[in-house]
Design a protein around this ligand. Structure first.
Ligand SMILES: Nc1nc2c(ncn2[C@@H]2O[C@H](COP(=O)(O)OP(=O)(O)OP(=O)(O)O)[C@@H](O)[C@H]2O)c(=O)[nH]1
Length: 322
C-alpha cells in the first residue's frame, strides 16, 4: 500500500541527507570540527532534491497543487535548520517531511461519524455520490455493516434507478448484512426513492438512511442535475464522495467537479488494498478540503477502516510497510 509514495519520500530524505553530509565533510576538511558543532541546511542542499521529488510525486499521482504545497512546506521546514554534527540527519529530515505531509492531510472540518449520528435528529441521512464503478454500492454495504456493529439501525435507499442490475445488487448486499432496502422500479425518480426511505426511517425510528445513487461523470449534465435534486429534496446531513484510489489523479479531478455540484462533506477511498501509489490518498482532502472518513481495503464487508492520519503516516514513514 502506497509503496511508491513511500519510496519517493524516502529517497528525497536520503538525497538531502547526502548534501548535508557534504557540508559536514567541508567542516571536517577545514579542521574546524572542534569549534563548529552544527551545520545549517542551505537552500542549495534541498533545491535539487526538491526538483526531483516534484517529478517523483507527480509520477505517484499526487495532484499538482499538492506537490507545490508540499514543496513549499518542506523547504520552509528544512532551510535554515541547524543540525548537530554527528546526529542522525536522516531522522531530522524525515521528521520535517512527515510534518509537511501531516499538514497536507489536515482539513478545516473533522467528522466523528458516531458522535454526529448520536447528536443529530433521527434519521441521520448520508448521500453517496461518485463515478461509475468506484465501489459505491459495496461501500454502502460495508458502511451499513459498520454502523450496525456500532449499534445503529440502518435503511438503504436504492436511488440508483438508472443502471440495470443496480437495485438487485444492492438488495443482495443488504440481505447478507440484514438491512432493509427501500426501492421503486427502474427509471423512477431517485429523489422520490430517497424521500420514501427517509419517511420510512422516521416512522420506525431508524437511526441512519444511506442513499445509493447512480454512478455518473461530471460531463453528464442531466445526471449531475439529478444528483443536485436528490440533495435538495433529502437535505442530507452528509454527502460522501466515493472514489476509486486506483484512478489516481483522475479522482481528484472528479472530486473537485462533484464538490462544485453538491458540497462534499467527506470522502471514502476504495481499493486502497491495490493502490501502490498513494497519490490520491494524499491529494484528495487537500484539494476539496474534506476529510477522508474511511478507506476500503478489500471486498469483504469488514474491509472498511476509519481513516486515521497516523495510520497513513505510519504506512509512509514507518519501519515496515505492513
Ligand atoms: N479490492 C477492492 N475492491 C473493491 C473495494 N471496494 C469495492 N470493490 C470492488 O469494486 C467493484 C465495483 O464496486 P461497486 O460497488 O459495484 O461499484 P459502484 O460504484 O456501485 O458502481 P456504479 O453502480 O456503476 O456506480 C466490485 O467488484 C467491488 O467488489 C475495495 O476496497 N477493495
Amino acid at each position: 500500500m502506497f509503496g511508491k509514495l513511500r519510496e519517493k519520500l524516502k529517497s528525497f530524505v536520503k538525497r538531502v541527507e547526502e548534501e548535508v553530509e557534504k557540508e559536514e565533510e567541508e567542516v571536517e576538511k577545514k579542521g574546524l570540527l572542534d569549534r563548529i558543532l552544527t551545520v545549517e541546511i542551505k537552500e542549495k542542499d534541498v533545491d535539487k532534491a526538491l526538483d526531483e521529488l516534484e517529478i517523483d510525486l507527480l509520477e505517484a499521482d499526487v495532484a499538482l497543487e499538492v506537490v507545490d504545497a508540499l514543496r513549499e512546506k518542506i523547504k520552509q521546514k528544512l532551510v535554515g535548520k541547524k543540525v548537530r554534527i554527528g546526529t542522525d540527519k536522516g531522522k531530522i529530515i524525515e521528521e520535517a517531511v512527515k510534518e509537511a505531509v501531516s499538514e497536507i492531510l489536515e482539513t478545516s472540518r473533522r467528522i466523528d461519524l458516531i458522535e454526529e449520528i448520536r447528536k443529530a435528529e433521527k434519521p441521520y441521512v448520508i448521500m453517496f455520490v461518485g463515478f461509475n464503478g468506484s465501489g459505491k454500492t459495496t461501500t454502502i454495504a460495508k458502511l451499513a455493516n459498520w454502523l450496525k456493529n456500532h449499534g445503529f439501525s440502518v435503511v438503504i435507499a436504492a436511488s440508483d434507478t438508472f443502471r440495470a442490475g443496480a437495485i438487485e445488487q444492492l438488495e443482495e448486499h443488504a440481505k447478507r448484512i440484514g438491512v432493509k432496502v427501500i426501492k421503486h422500479s427502474y427509471g423512477a425518480d431517485p429523489a422520490a426513492v430517497a424521500y420514501d426511505a427517509i419517511q420510512h426511517a422516521k416512522a420506525r425510528g431508524i437511526d441512519v438512511v444511506l442513499i445509493d445513487t447512480a454512478g455518473r461523470s461530471e460531463t453528464n449534465r442531466n445526471l449531475m442535475d439529478e444528483m443536485k435534486k436528490i440533495a435538495r429534496v433529502t437535505k442530507p446531513n452528509l454527502v460522501i464522495f466515493v472514489g476509486d484510489a486506483l484512478a489516481g489523479n483522475a479522482i481528484v479531478e472528479q472530486a473537485r467537479q462533484f464538490n462544485e455540484a453538491v458540497k462534499i462533506d467527506g470522502i471514502i477511498l476504495t481499493k486502497l488494498d491495490a493502490d501502490a501509489r498513494g497519490g490520491a490518498a494524499l491529494s484528495i482532502s487537500y484539494v476539496i478540503d474534506a476529510p477522508i472518513l474511511f478507506v476500503g481495503v478489500g471486498q469483504g464487508y469488514d474491509d472498511l477502516r476509519p481513516f486515521e492520519k497516523e495510520w497513513f503516516l505510519e504506512r509512509i514513514f514507518g519501519e515496515e510497510n505492513a
